[in-house]
Design a protein. Structure first.
Length: 264
């Protein structure tokens, strides 16, 4: 080792070069070790999972077993108490009729009850509109009735009209326990997905493993054109026409699912 080389490696420039080379070697070593560790971790602790996702659909066709009918009563008077008294009298009469039709209390509910002040507004003249004057109150109560014998829905509609109630609407035909129908449709959708998965596995020459994820989409409403009629009787009116004929038809209740299987 000559004196010139010794002088170089002991100089500031030589020391900096040696430190840089050592740091570069250390960085290369750490990067290699880290990459190897990641590969080992990926292969041993987090193996790549091969999966396939299959869509399945199922639907159930069912006849409606309930009909929902709604109506309201609105009365006006100078005081809240008087308006409430008049509305209550007419509502009680309508509810007594509903009870006579064999409809149980559990199938009758109030959906809204409102009290509003009524004002009289003077005619504006030359920009002077004056002050609104309180002239009374209006009380309104809305009722929903669940008719379990759908064949009687037309009779109930006709009878409510004779009770001088207002805003009669319905019937909305549907299923009382919809979850039972959806469960049956879900079962069909899962079976459909499973059959598709088995067929696919044969085509791809793979074996199906366990289910790793599941998603269900249940439609909020049945796929059908629901029958609906509306009737209204004016204050003090009387509707005694023959009961309307209300065919219920059949409703379709679809469910779709996504099932992810492990494949081997």
């Amino acid at each position: 080792m000559n004196n010139q080389f010794i002088q170089y490696i002991t100089s500031d420039k030589g020391i900096r070069a040696a430190v840089f080379a050592a740091l570069a070697f250390l960085a290369l070593f750490l990067a290699t070790a880290f990459a190897g560790g990641l590969q080992k971790l990926d292969n041993e602790e987090f193996p790549i999972q091969r999966t396939v996702t299959i869509e399945g659909t199922g639907k159930v066709t069912a006849m409606p077993n309930i009909a929902r009918i709604s109506f309201s009563v609105t009365e006006s008077a100078a005081t809240v108490a008087d308006a409430q008294g008049k509305a209550t009298e007419r509502v009680n009469k309508a509810l007594a009729y509903v009870q006579e039709q064999g409809i149980e209390d559990k199938d009758v509910k109030t959906t809204s009850y409102t009290v509003y002040p009524k004002y009289e507004y003077p005619t504006c003249a030359f920009g002077n509109c004056g002050t609104a004057k309180l002239v009374g109150y209006e009380v309104s109560q809305s009722i929903e009735v669940k008719v379990r014998d759908t064949a009687k829905a037309g009779d109930v509609l006709q009878g409510l009209g004779s009770q001088n109630v207002q805003n009669i609407s319905g019937p909305n035909f549907g299923i009382d326990d919809l979850e039972v129908i959806r469960a049956e449709a879900r079962e069909k959708a899962i079976a459909d997905a499973r059959a598709k998965a088995v067929s696919m596995s044969k085509d791809l020459k793979v074996r199906l493993g366990k289910v790793v994820s599941f998603y269900e989409n249940s439609y909020a409403y049945p796929m059908y054109d629901k029958a609906m009629v509306s009737a209204a009787a004016p204050m003090g009116g009387d509707m005694r026409a023959a009961a309307p004929s209300l065919p219920t038809g059949e409703n379709e209740y679809p469910v779709s699912v996504s099932v992810t299987y492990e494949i081997k």
